[in-house]
Design a protein around this ligand. Structure first.
Ligand code: PDD
Length: 275
């Protein structure tokens, strides 16, 4: 069961318009939520981020934030989803192709669930990454449908035989294709400050809270690709990847080349936040 425009319906009954501005311009916003044991994880934080993105791109949400939350919960219940994700997007609506905001168009919401197990193998074993130039715009804090640079970056990783890219702007590490990146050096946790150059990840915020409670010093400071290569540990954070260790960047082992003790401790604490 999907949600489209104003109602729940079967996927086969959705009639998408070619005039949807999502197609023409990527003119829309989105969120991906994790569902654990039938519950939407950190729902309020995701909804607040959705509202912030909507207001920054001057898109009027089709429902109140409260109603959107109810719709997503109903979707999870109707689909009897226990473990998986909820994808939702809102585009600026349908109108003949022209750049200005359309006068008449109503924003269009689409949402659906997917059953996905936790990626326990990569959480346990870690992944390899390459560095890759971050050529995106200067509002990476907005969760919009314009993901072509992220798609290109992710594919470059796969073409190199690794799973992820670490994006950098002239040597300064920002984030990854669909996750944030953190490193441990001399017992402190480093990650890029939550400004316009990265998405303010919900998982990032959870992990920083966990680090504080574990009394791990947190430094929201940008670091370079060289500093990343010299880190003791590194990992990515995101709704779909949780906390996944990075073992290797550009063929160089990070630390011992195995998931580190800080990473393991944070992973352990993370699991406790939803179980
Ligand atoms: N991506 N950075 C980018 C560029 C992202 O696209 C995402 C999430 C994150 C992590 O944010 P969070 O912890 O709130 O999931 C960081 C989603 C999952 C996606 O596009 O599929």
């Amino acid at each position: 069961m999907y949600f489209y425009k104003n109602e729940f319906m079967n996927k086969a009954d959705i009639q998408l318009s070619p005039d949807d501005r999502g197609y023409y311009f990527g003119d829309g916003i989105y969120e991906v939520f994790r569902v654990y044991q039938g519950q939407i994880y950190e729902q309020e934080a995701h909804l607040q981020r959705l509202q912030r993105t909507a207001s920054e791109v001057r898109l009027t949400l089709p429902f109140t934030l409260h109603r959107i939350g109810q719709i997503l919960t109903e979707l999870v219940d109707k689909n009897k989803l226990l473990e998986g994700t909820v994808y939702m997007q809102i585009t600026r609506g349908e109108a003949p192709r022209a750049h200005p905001f359309p006068a008449q168009a109503e924003p269009i919401m689409l949402a659906y669930c997917t059953e996905v197990p936790r990626p326990v193998a990569t959480i346990h074993n870690g992944i390899k990454a390459i560095t890759f130039a971050d050529i995106r715009w200067l509002r990476c804090d907005l969760k919009t449908l314009n993901l072509l640079p992220n798609v290109m970056a992710k594919q470059a990783a796969l073409d190199h035989g690794v799973q992820e890219v670490v994006l950098h702007r002239e040597g300064t590490v920002t984030e990854c294709s669909a996750s944030n990146v953190m490193m441990i050096k001399d017992g402190a946790l480093y990650t890029h400050p939550a400004n316009h150059l990265i998405l303010h990840g919900i998982t990032r915020a959870v992990v920083l809270r966990l680090a504080h409670s574990l009394e791990i010093p947190v430094k929201e400071e940008a670091f370079t690709t060289e500093q990343l290569l010299a880190a003791d540990e590194a990992f990515i954070t995101g709704t779909t990847v949780e906390i996944t260790p990075i073992l290797e960047v550009d063929g160089h082992a990070i630390g011992a080349g195995t998931p580190g003790a800080f990473t393991r401790k944070l992973q352990e604490e993370f699991v406790r936040t939803f179980s």
